[in-house]
Design a protein around this ligand. Structure first.
Ligand SMILES: Cc1cc2nc3c(=O)[nH]c(=O)nc-3n(C[C@H](O)[C@H](O)[C@H](O)COP(=O)(O)OP(=O)(O)OC[C@H]3O[C@@H](n4cnc5c(N)ncnc54)[C@H](O)[C@@H]3O)c2cc1C
Length: 400
């Protein structure tokens, strides 16, 4: 491919979702340009773990597998988990979901975000990469789009895909509105050494100030995700190492014994966001550019990867019918395939967040029901099963 030629698809954002989309569309025979503001660091297996880790569910893993990316990921330090234990700090309610419930050897894998990005960037051989470059302007014409990059380069394509995260420049440029709110919470993350081994289980304890989760790592440590209201998160950030570990031991109910070490930590603000629509003529949004979900269910990137599978499916269907990549009819297929699934996950996690953030006595009594495995309606169970199976009933080629 030649730079500045007309591409089928120009993707803005080369994070986990955008980079995987570029690989998938390139492998599907589309001419693809990828615009990314910042070149990702090469994955270094000798360095300590990336602070950002994701629980990749079997459905999205199948997508990575079909693209030849999973072999690169699995070759490194990932950790399978075979069970998830969820319990309530104030009730007896507990839920244990095992891999046998879905007939697979594991429920998912904990993977460093940087590793997924690196695996995808190593596979961009059929893609023209514009990096470092930011989208500075966008013109939508009837038959094509023109991307104006901040280094004065122009890229033309039949379709522009916004994959540049929650603050999507593509979404703003075409005026797609969003709904959403801040949770006034932060999630503190990092690798922790616990007294007892994680036993390849993902542990999550719901408390009134937010859930505390331990995700198993391959070296025996756990990746912490401690969701806490802003005031508590600020207090935690000021604690020295020993005081923080003591607070975490207490918040976890000592489920893995004492928290012994946590060398590095960082906290991320949490919000919900959903775009009013994912598509316009010659425009599509995927990943966090289209939806941001509370991370308590570990679903954000999983939803984004499922978006990729369905976008590829829709564009391939359009191509077979003789349409170009920006044809709205086929983009709408992508939107139909994904929006209700994404909204269901946003609603389930938002409901749980509210249930736990409320002092209302009726809601407090409902908490046990939310977790109890005996309840077929248990939202926690539903989220966990979704997490476990991903979109296994989708007909999309890349998920089969
Ligand atoms: C604390 C926390 C824990 C989480 N844990 C999980 C988990 O366990 N499982 C899970 O599935 N999800 C999890 N998530 C969510 C997950 O991290 C996100 O859903 C995911 O990173 C979104 O990927 P993305 O590629 O859509 O966007 P991003 O990761 O935001 O990537 C966007 C990319 O676009 C680039 N960019 C931005 N603007 C421009 C521009 N104008 N021009 C060019 N490039 C641009 C950026 O440099 C970046 O590389 C978690 C989130 C948080 C906050």
């Amino acid at each position: 491919m030649k730079r500045n030629a007309r591409y089928d698809v120009a993707i803005v954002g080369g994070g986990m979702v955008g980079a995987v989309a570029a690989v998938a569309l390139g492998q599907a025979g589309f001419d693809v340009a990828l615009v990314e503001a910042k070149a990702p660091a090469a994955f270094d297996p000798a360095a300590d773990f990336d602070l950002r880790q994701s629980a990749i569910a079997p459905g999205p893993r199948r997508l990575l597998d079909n693209l030849g990316l999973w072999a690169r990921v699995a070759d490194s330090r990932i950790c399978a988990f075979t069970g998830m234990k969820v319990w309530d700090a104030g009730h007896e309610a507990r839920l244990f979901l095992e891999h046998t419930a879905i007939g697979l050897p594991e429920l998912g894998h904990i993977v460093e975000n940087g590793l997924v990005v690196d695996a995808a960037w190593q596979a961009l051989d059929t893609v023209d990469v514009f990096c470092p470059a930011m989208l500075a302007g966008l013109d939508i014409h009837e038959a094509f789009v023109t991307l104006h990059l901040d280094d004065e380069t122009e890229v033309t394509a039949s379709l522009v895909v916004g994959a540049e995260g929650a603050n999507s420049a593509v979404r703003d440029a075409v005026g797609i509105g969003t709904t959403g709110w801040s949770y006034d919470q932060r999630c503190t993350v990092g690798a922790v050494t616990t007294e007892r081994h994680h036993q390849h289980i993902a542990w999550q304890r719901f408390t009134e100030t937010g859930p505390v989760a331990f995700l198993p790592l391959s070296d025996g440590r756990c990746s912490l995700a401690w969701h806490a209201d802003d005031a508590l998160a600020a207090e935690l950030a000021d604690l020295d190492h020993d005081a923080f570990c003591a607070r975490l031991t207490e918040a976890s109910g000592g489920v893995l014994g004492r928290i012994e070490r946590m060398d590095t930590r960082a906290a991320f603000p949490l919000k919900l966001m959903h775009a009013e629509r994912y598509v316009e003529p010659r425009v599509a949004l995927i990943g966090d550019a289209a939806h941001v979900v509370h991370p308590m269910a570990g679903q954000g990137v999983n939803l984004g990867l499922l978006d990729v599978a369905e976008l590829v499916e829709a564009l391939e269907t359009g191509r077979e019918a003789g349409a170009d990549a920006g044809a709205l009819t086929y983009l709408r297929r992508y939107q139909r395939a994904r929006m209700s699934d994404n909204l269901a996950m946003l609603a389930a996690t938002d409901g749980l967040k509210r249930l736990y953030g409320s002092a209302n006595p009726v809601l407090r009594r409902l908490r046990g029901l939310a977790i109890s495995g005996a309840s077929a309606l248990s939202p926690v169970r539903q989220i966990m099963l979704h997490q476990a199976v991903g979109l296994s009933d989708s007909g999309a080629r890349l998920l089969r």
